[in-house]
Each structure stands twice: as C-alpha cells, then as structure tokens.
Write a protein that binds this ligand. Structure first.
Ligand SMILES: [Cu+2]
Length: 180
C-alpha cells in the first residue's frame, strides 16, 4: 500500500514538473516580443494648430514596426503645404542652438518603436496653404521603403500644446517630451 502511494505521488510530481516546464518555456518564448500586428502602425499622428500667417508646421507620431524586417521612412506627402519633408532637430555644434535639417530617410527597425517628437524627428510642412485649425484633421501619406504607402489622419491639437511641451517638458498626454 505504501509503495503504491509513493508511486502515485512520484507520478503526479513528474507531471507537475513537465507542466511547469512547459509553462516556463511558453513564457520564455513570448517574453520580449511586442504583441504588435505584423505591419507598421502609425500611432497617434498629431500636429499643433498654427497662428494666422504661419508658414510652417510639423507633425509627430510613433512608428511601431511589428514586422520582421527593418524598414525606412523615405518620404512623406500632403496637400496642406507646398513642401513636406522629414526633418531632424539637433543642437548646432557651432553655437549650441537648436536647429533643424532635412534628412533623406528615417530608420524604422523591426520590432521597435520609432518616435517622432519635438526632441528629434518630425514631418515638416513648409509654405502652409492655410493655418492648421484645432480639432480638424488632415491627410498625410508616408512612404516606406518596404511597406510602401500609408495614409494617416493627423489630428490637430490646440495651439498651446507645442508651447506647453517646450516650457513644462510635458504635453497633454503627460508624456515627457524633453526640453527644446
Ligand atoms: Cu523641421
């Protein structure tokens, strides 16, 4: 009788170990992999309303590349301005002031989130045809080297949003966008 009990006990312990190991294996295999769709998602595309007479504006978003392939944003287009370009904000090494320059492409690595925010990259609109008005939307077409064209609706946030993010280092959604 005692022998049988031991045997049953050993069996159930073995089964537990196997189940536990399988669970660990599943956890290990899924750890670190973002549960993103197998495509590039343009998250939270937004711009800020412009004062009357303003000639330029910028759009920001996060690119979530859920594919297995590194990609590149190679151009952007819109009908709201004469020129739509990919820009980078950076500190001028000569005078320490913020400056911006046009970049030919923006890397969008596989499995990573690439942020366009006031600290770094943005989509620049030059020679605006009309001011950007709060709560309205405009179409922006992004051209990726591999994923091709993606059209998104850019939400126009209140005009104060950009200023506030520069002064307090925070924007309306509470994310830290750093100083300018
Ligand atoms: Cu710019």
């Amino acid at each position: 009788m005692k022998k049988i009990n031991n045997h049953i006990l050993t069996g159930s312990v073995s089964l537990s170990i196997i189940l536990f190991s399988a669970l660990l294996l599943i956890l290990f295999m899924t750890a670190g992999k973002p549960s993103w769709p197998d495509e590039i998602v343009v998250h939270d595309p937004h711009a800020y309303a412009t004062p009357a007479g303003a000639k330029t504006a910028a759009a920001f978003f996060t690119l979530k590349n859920g594919t297995q392939m590194d990609d590149k944003l190679i151009s952007a287009s819109s009908t709201i301005a004469d020129i739509t370009e990919i820009h980078e904000n950076l500190v001028d090494p000569d005078d320490g002031k913020m400056m911006m320059r046009k970049v030919p492409a923006l890397d969008v690595p596989a499995g990573k989130a690439t942020k366009l925010d006031p600290k770094g990259y943005h989509i620049m609109f030059v020679n605006l045809k009309e001011p950007l008005v709060e709560t309205e939307l405009f179409k922006l077409t992004l051209n990726f080297e591999k994923a091709g064209l993606k059209e998104v609706d850019v939400v126009i946030a209140p005009i104060g949003g950009a200023k506030k993010s520069h002064k307090s280092h925070k924007d309306d959604d509470g994310h830290d966008h750093g100083a300018h």
